[in-house]
Design a protein around this ligand. Sequence first.
Ligand code: CP
Length: 298
Amino acid sequence: MKDVISVLDFSKDEILQLFELTDKFLSGGFRPSLEGKIVATAFFEPSTRTALSFTSAALSAGAKVLGFSSDEATSVSKGENLADTIRMLENYADCIVMRHKLDGSAKFAAEVAKKPVINAGDGKREHPTQALIDMYTVRKLFGTLEGLTFGFLGDLRYARTVNSMLRILTLFKPKIVYLISPPQLRARAEILEELNYPVKELTDVKDVVGELDVLYVTRIQRERFLDEDEYEKVKESYRLDYRTVERMRKESAILHPLPRVSEIDRRIDSMPQAKYFLEASYAVPLRSVLLHEVMAGD
Ligand code: CP
């Protein structure tokens, strides 16, 4: 049993084993089994993909699922604190999948709970299972995770999926990572300090688009802005357009954790580089295998 708070809770070998098991699951050679288990999905923030794919993963492996999708429907709305809520949830389930707006809330929950906690997104900090899906997609497309050229386009200040990706890449030696954003949305210094590979910051994706293996796009994380005026200033500061994608190599890949708002022109969806819906399709198999691994031997 283990908690999943950060991508760096896994070694490189553990990540590759998880991916191999996911391959086996997809080819019919492995079937995660969660018979007799109960998974709690505690979503204090909105979600479509993460909440429902964890639910689908758990149900298809034979587990039962209970949970909530907003703190309004829980006694948090009456003033109950997170620690007490977590103490209750672990009476009802064998594993807690939690999303919360506060940075560090998943680590805190894991310290309170004896049962495993899986971080489904904590504030602007991390979204480790999304990065596992993203890297699984990269490995499927390129046959390797090493030596690739990545571009991250968008809100690099607040996007927790980007933090998890930048951290997981410290295990896989990318050739170079381009961080492409308006100046107000640059990656935070505490993340940049952790990186052990070449990084270059720039503002226009067109300057590097022909070099990229992977272009990872994120929406502006409006819900993280403390000041709505600051959001208004940057809300239309970047958009991936059709003409820019025409300059990408055909075998390169555009990823996006979704939801998309307006940062990728919808006409790009039918271009060969658009892999974000394929990426999303790996969520259930990977999360099934992850739940199995987290609860195996319990
Ligand atoms: N990718 C992702 O976390 O999507 P949701 O917010 O819909 O869960």
